[in-house]
Design a protein around this ligand. Structure first.
Ligand SMILES: [Zn+2]
Length: 127
């Protein structure tokens, strides 16, 4: 798929999950009931979400967004995405880490387990 080159591993999976949820939400709330195309607002939201993942400082090695201490969304997009997740998450019948994604939007600060901190340090520095 063109333009998908920079995302891989977990980042790509998270992006696909977000895209899927946004499609469900958009199809039920906005223009296209088939869910084939996103409306302009939802397309913009997906572009924003993709940029956030591309700029994720942890890269593909990051644990999960739910465990991430960085809340990289601006408040408006964060609220919008949270609404999308709350609606679409329970409507996804297939296995997806949507619960983990929903989780991060509900938390202002992640409580880190020392083991996680160590894992992140190792992923970053190799030490
Ligand atoms: Zn829409």
């Amino acid at each position: 798929m063109p333009g998908m080159g920079e995302l891989d591993g977990r980042l790509l999976r998270e992006h696909r999950t977000l895209e899927c949820m946004t499609r469900i939400y958009c199809a039920h709330h906005h223009a296209d009931p088939s869910g084939a195309a996103l409306c302009a607002d939802c397309a913009k939201l997906m572009q924003y979400a993709r940029r956030r993942l591309e700029k994720c400082p942890y890269g593909a090695a990051k644990p999960t967004c739910a465990r991430c201490p960085i809340h990289c969304y601006k408040p408006v997009q964060r609220e919008t995405m949270r609404g999308v997740m709350r609606y679409a998450g329970p409507r996804m019948t297939w296995r997806h880490p949507w619960r983990a994604l929903v989780h991060v939007f509900d938390k202002l600060r992640a409580a880190r387990h020392p083991r996680e901190l160590r894992a992140i340090r190792v992923a970053r520095t190799g030490k």
